[in-house]
Write a protein that binds this ligand. Structure first.
Ligand code: FES
Length: 589
């Protein structure tokens, strides 16, 4: 039975209607033309859920729950929700869980990236429209964390991210394995004839054995690290494995922190600033993190009128060492090792002289305060190196510019083959995914290991909607001849778990007429990672002729629905592939 309280009749009934709606369960009242009726009606429905009047007057903390049976990475979320609620209730808040769209990598067609913006819009509007004073954002799988940060940044209410956490590793025969760098290695071996069908099927059943996100420094782990580096999670929580008891304690602590955050009114725009974006970029680079992190960070920045300039990105890359030996960097360690080794905190402490320490965090302390408090913690130096003795002296990712990528492209040099960094090669062009699937393994394909594979029409505004197709398969005949890597390029993205000498996010993309659209098989392309250049070595007169032909080809838009909205509004990769109408005017800090 509901507890009787002194305020059973409504403690704030004496307040004018505008003030009643300012916080808690009575904020954002519907307008029926009678404010008192709005209060009365909302409470009537709230009381149907059994809440006492005491509870209804507490700060309301929303929990954006992305549990879905279509999202295996989030299958442990019900337990995390309970722990989060515990934290909220014990700190004096009222926990209100609500569902939003959930986006998993392998269960959405044509690809999950197409729905990141839809999830961001859902998150934003539900955070804004529902009566909550702060929100806990529960995300994990690749697109969910950026979608929630984008939405929360736009909604403008205090928000704290609770990361779902990575999977534990499993075993395939004598191998320790985890999704999904090992998934790709096995698949390459199978394609090359080194694994049989029964063997690859056995491996398939061993790769993902617990709840949580991919077990390596893929996009999910990278985005978790970015969320912590931005100051949007509690310190030390980004890398805790999904099934570890510390993850439940982190959920409880996050719930309690959300109640304090609601009181402090510390909104995401005070945490995500140009300075904290620099910090997050440094962490991304020091981890040799996912290339997708660049696109998502640009999108998060864009929501607050900030930018992730790719020239600035290169400046940071030149002065940030690679510190974490977590797959796909190195060949030994997984996220569970990274957490045990010291996690993001250990990386931040090594980067301390390079960071903006005055950035505020959701914990209500600055980054500098946090790092000082953690100074004495132990670090496993096999996994997290010192800045004085790094894996690489420069960052794992760089942006390339040139006649083939006037607005930029990205290469993950920490997962590439250095012998291929300074090279001129002959283009072997595929005009789209169907063309590539049809021809790449054709024994008659005219291709050598010195050629550059080029894939067109897979950028954000293409019908393919920027899939993770940038990890172009090496033609079978080359694989069987022992070729392990070759230069490959496209306007697509690549999974953070993938590796190779792969150039991604070429902008402007081919579908809107970027220079990539004009490349033909036989053209020469020059790559120089040292000079940060990617150039198409074809004279301008020839390109003008090709451009005129390209302009005459029809590219119809979808007739209706989200497809139409997406294709008409999506921005290019350097702007985060967000929708133009969701991005406010530029801000300077
Ligand atoms: Fe969810 Fe990799 S598929 S994180």
């Amino acid at each position: 039975m509901a507890k009787k309280s002194k305020t059973t009749s409504g403690g704030d009934d004496a307040l004018p209607p505008g003030q009643r709606a300012a916080s808690g369960y009575l904020r954002g009242l519907q307008n029926y033309g009678d404010p008192d009726f709005s209060v009365y009606l909302r409470r009537a429905f709230a009381r149907s859920m059994g809440y006492s009047m005491d509870e209804l007057q507490r700060p309301v903390i929303g929990i954006a729950n992305t549990y879905s049976r279509f999202n295996p990475c989030h299958r442990h979320f019900p337990e995390l929700v309970e722990a989060t609620k515990r934290g909220i209730q014990s700190a004096g808040g009222l926990a209100m869980e609500f569902p939003t769209i959930s986006v998993h990598e392998s269960t959405l067609a044509p690809n999950s990236m197409k729905f990141r913006n839809l999830m961001a819009m859902d998150s934003e509007e539900m955070i804004r429209a529902q009566p909550m004073d702060a929100v806990v954002l529960m995300g994990g799988c690749d697109k969910t964390v950026p979608a929630q940060l984008m939405g929360a940044a736009s909604a403008g209410k205090p928000a704290i991210q609770l990361i779902g956490g990575p999977q534990m590793t499993g075993r395939y025969r004598e191998h320790r394995v985890g999704a999904c760098t090992d998934c790709r290695k096995f698949w390459v071996e199978y394609r090359a004839g080194g694994m049989s069908k029964p063997e690859i099927e056995e491996a398939e059943g061993r790769l993902v054995t617990t709840a949580g996100t991919c077990a390596v420094m893929g996009t999910a782990s990278t985005m978790a690290a970015i969320a912590e580096a931005l100051g949007m999670t509690l310190p030390g929580t980004a890398a805790i494995p999904a099934v570890h008891a510390d993850r439940l304690r982190a959920a409880e602590a996050t719930g309690a922190a959300a109640v304090r955050l609601a009181a402090s009114k510390l909104t995401p725009d005070k945490i995500i600033t140009q300075k904290s974006l620099d910090n997050a970029t440094r962490v991304l680079l020091a981890l040799g993190g996912s290339t997708n992190g660049v696109v998502h960070l640009a999108a998060i920045a864009g929501r607050l009128g900030l930018s992730l300039d790719l020239h600035r990105f290169n400046e940071l890359s030149d002065t940030t060492p690679v510190l974490a030996a977590v797959k796909p960097v190195g060949n030994e360690f997984y996220m569970e090792d990274f957490y045990a080794a010291g996690g993001i905190g250990a990386v931040l402490r090594e980067l301390k002289p390079l960071l903006h320490l005055d950035c505020m965090t959701v914990a209500g302390e600055t980054l500098g305060d946090r790092l000082t408090a953690d100074e004495a913690l132990w670090v496993d130096r096999r996994v997290i190196k010192t800045a004085a003795d790094p894996i690489e002296p420069e960052g794992g990712l760089v942006a390339l510019f040139g006649t083939l990528a006037p607005d930029g492209a990205i290469i993950k040099r920490s997962a590439a083959t250095p012998e291929l960094f300074e090279k001129t090669g002959r283009a072997v062009v595929f005009t789209g995914l169907d063309d590539m699937n049809a021809r790449v393994d054709d024994p008659d394909l005219d291709v050598t290991a010195d050629d550059f594979l080029v894939l067109q029409n897979v950028g954000p505004a293409s019908p393919a909607a920027m899939p993770e197709a940038g990890f172009l398969p090496i033609p079978k005949k080359l694989l069987r001849a022992g070729v392990k890597d070759m230069v490959r390029m496209s306007d697509a993205r690549m999974s953070g778990t993938a590796y190779g000498t792969i150039i991604l996010h070429i902008a402007p993309e081919s579908h809107i007429g970027g220079p990539l659209a004009l490349v033909r098989t036989g053209d020469m392309i020059r790559l120089s990672v040292k000079e940060r250049r990617l150039d198409l070595l074809v004279d301008e007169a020839e390109l003008a002729e090709r451009r005129a032909v390209w302009a005459k080809e029809a590219r119809p838009l979808p007739e209706r629905g989200y497809d139409r909205l997406f294709r008409e509004n999506v921005l290019q990769a350097p702007k985060g592939a967000d929708f133009g109408f969701l991005v406010p005017k530029a801000r300077s800090t």
